[in-house]
Design a protein around this ligand. Sequence first.
Ligand SMILES: NC(=O)c1ccc[n+]([C@@H]2O[C@H](COP(=O)([O-])OP(=O)(O)OC[C@H]3O[C@@H](n4cnc5c(N)ncnc54)[C@H](O)[C@@H]3O)[C@@H](O)[C@H]2O)c1
Ligand SMILES: O=C(O)[C@H](O)COP(=O)(O)O
Length: 587
Amino acid sequence: MASVVVDHAATARPKVLIPEKVSPDGLRILEASLDVHERKGLTPEELIQVIGDYDALIVRSETKVTAEVLEAGKKLRVVARAGVGVDNVDLNAATKLGIIVVNSPQGNINAAAEHTIALLMATARNIGAATLSIKNSKWERSKFVGVEVKGKTLAIIGLGKVGLTVARAASGLGMELIAYDPYANPSLAAAANVELFPTIDELFIQADFLTIHTPMIASTKGLIGTPELSKMKPTARILNVARGGIIDETALLAALENGSIAGAGIDVFTSEPPQAGDSASKLIAHPNVVATPHLGASTIEAQENVSLDVCNQVLSILSGQLPRSAVNAPIILPEEYRTLQPFVILLEKMGSLFTQHFSSSNNAQQLRTTFDLTYEGSLATCNTTKPLFAALVKGLLQPITSAETTNINIVNAEIVAKERGILINESRSRESLDQEGYAASVTLRARLDPRSPSASRGLTAAPTKSERVKRVADQIITGFVSNNTPYISRLGRYSTSFIPTGTMLICKNYDEPGKIGVVGGRLGKAGVNIRSMSVAPIDSHADGDAVQNGKENEALMILSVDRAVDEDVRKSLLGDDGVVEASVVVL
Ligand SMILES: NC(=O)c1ccc[n+]([C@@H]2O[C@H](COP(=O)([O-])OP(=O)(O)OC[C@H]3O[C@@H](n4cnc5c(N)ncnc54)[C@H](O)[C@@H]3O)[C@@H](O)[C@H]2O)c1
Ligand SMILES: O=C(O)[C@H](O)COP(=O)(O)O
């Protein structure tokens, strides 16, 4: 058994870069544990120059988080989008680099919906043009006669979170609601008084007002062009608070100019900010257009919501916990989050314990191992175990690598494991754990792998069945969670119960009088205090052979100590008057 010395010297506080205006409510909660640098107005080149210093980046829609930025972010673990849309973040590059991208999919829904209603009313009553006129000292009452929305048909394309919120508000204004969304929930639509249409065409024909609330994806880019606009009533008005490019700006300008529609309320543009002479700026200049500079989410309340949401997620990720809304990772339901979170900690500890306790000095080679990971009890019914898998890979590699491992997460764990030659077979056992006093447990079992330990030790013959059985019996860790605290209940052939935390000394010995005193004395001499100690006997269910062979007095002594145990101190514990094996693990 080898000890692995891990340097746990205090590291600098993680740094977070915020190159845009993000509400201070969230930033305040970061300041307690992170160095928060607000640096507005960085050019793309400057961003690439400085990003290498940062562990986290928080942006809104203005910062282009390109592959170059992400690659330059050598320490970057999370990009947080304080809002919904992540079209300004190169998700593929982030995923490849193991950088988690999180967003806040709920925080600004109401703001976007209210802004849509504001543009709806503004286009109906010519608010923009009338304001401009009166500010120019004119009094043009007859020029700005509007229309009422009550009794009019509002056609909604995309009946998701914002679309439904708009529908509910418009229903309160007395509007008739129709929608097209092939993936909409019909009962939610019905509850909001929305008639769902199976095809989009009828919406163009019937709409007095048409509003778009889809994401900007391949199927929605240019969704509304000249053919669609030409089907609309000449009195119709169109709104876009979703994304620039869903309506073809050139086609919209032409439709306004030739009178095939009456007006438009636009918050989002193909290029932001629009450049002089481009299609967006020509559209904005049209007198029948009410335009806002991407203000859909710009309310104090929404900015507070998204800021708190993503800052909490940044904190979670930097402290090794699960993010709530990772965009480039499987979504974890809130109830699953509660179940999985303590097991994520447990799995990381089990992986780290495995490497430190069982590995030889040739660690990287040793880890080319096949593992069986078995989830028992309530964990067996979880929809996803990906975070647990990732936590295990992270734990296995943590003691032997540095920067690379800190970047292991649910996004890249499978790739990293594959690269390292670690194979993990996950399985579920639905056997009840009622007798055990806890609801779920996990067992990690190393399988003898023809590629690895034997070969690395220079054994040429194939392992015998008994060798295989022995290895399997030797290299097992079982853990469970009780009151949100992780416990190890089996370590190798020994049945135990300890909390895997801090520096631990694990000694194998024959349970004879005086051994504990020897270990305590030698540690004391080296200035190492024992915080707690437990003795783990051989698990007779797991290793009947050992019991039969008269080795039942073999036991593990597991000590939690208050400081690092140096290699010479560890060695001083070995010997006839001491213990048979000793490993130091830092968990
Ligand atoms: N202007 C702003 O500041 C602002 C603020 C918030 C959200 N948004 C944007 O609003 C849009 C909607 O956001 P959300 O939170 O409601 O998203 P969402 O995912 O909840 O809803 C989108 C809906 O569009 C539907 N959809 C997808 N493809 C479609 C298609 N081809 N035809 C019809 N429907 C389709 C989906 O089924 C889904 O129901 C997004 O583009 C988002 O980025 C803008
Ligand atoms: O996607 C979003 O959340 C909105 O478009 C808001 O973008 P913003 O944070 O840049 O205002």
